[in-house]
Design a protein around this ligand. Structure first.
Ligand SMILES: [Zn+2]
Length: 165
């Protein structure tokens, strides 16, 4: 009995202090979300224009590919959504006939690269491509703002409730 209690306390203690890769915040309704500095669409704009792709390409079933390039149907996601990104990319591959490419956004590459390696390993086994981007692709100005005015970095402060992206 005492042993069991001790184990529970240790598990609780470890889970409290183990490193967490993501920074969380709470919306007024109690919804927990991960804080990102820039909008997913900003990374999408930067990468897709650099690769001369078509953004928001619409499939026959009305789903939209984040970026369609000559070779790839691309899905962008922040690292915390690594699992969903694979499902979406594979669906876009089926719809477009182009190879699925997951581009994971690593705002804190040191901490988040583990998710890239995880998806990369699955890509090798299941036949899809994986890349990552960091904030470097955004060409930030001296205030840390990116060139995309619809990005959350240009919104006024205290407006975090809509930032579940
Ligand atoms: Zn931005």
């Amino acid at each position: 009995m005492f042993k069991k209690l001790l184990i529970l306390i240790i598990i609780f203690w470890v889970s409290c202090f183990s490193a967490n890769a993501f920074e969380y915040a709470y919306a007024p309704n109690g919804y927990k979300y991960v804080i990102h500095k820039h909008s997913e669409s900003s990374y999408q704009h930067a990468w897709c224009s650099a690769h001369k792709g078509i953004e928001e390409y619409e499939n026959k079933d009305k789903t939209r590919v984040d970026c369609l390039t000559e070779y790839h149907a691309v899905e962008f996601d922040f690292a915390n959504k690594w699992a969903e990104s694979i499902g979406q990319a594979l669906h876009y591959q089926l719809m477009t006939g182009k190879k699925a490419l997951v581009v994971l956004i690593l705002e804190e590459p040191e901490k988040e690269k583990v998710y890239y390696h995880r998806v990369k390993k699955l890509g090798k086994i299941h036949g899809f491509d994986v890349e990552y981007v960091t904030m470097d692709i955004l060409n930030l100005d001296e205030n840390g703002k990116c060139p995309y005015f619809d990005c959350k970095c240009h919104r006024k402060e205290n407006n975090h409730s809509s930032s579940s992206e």
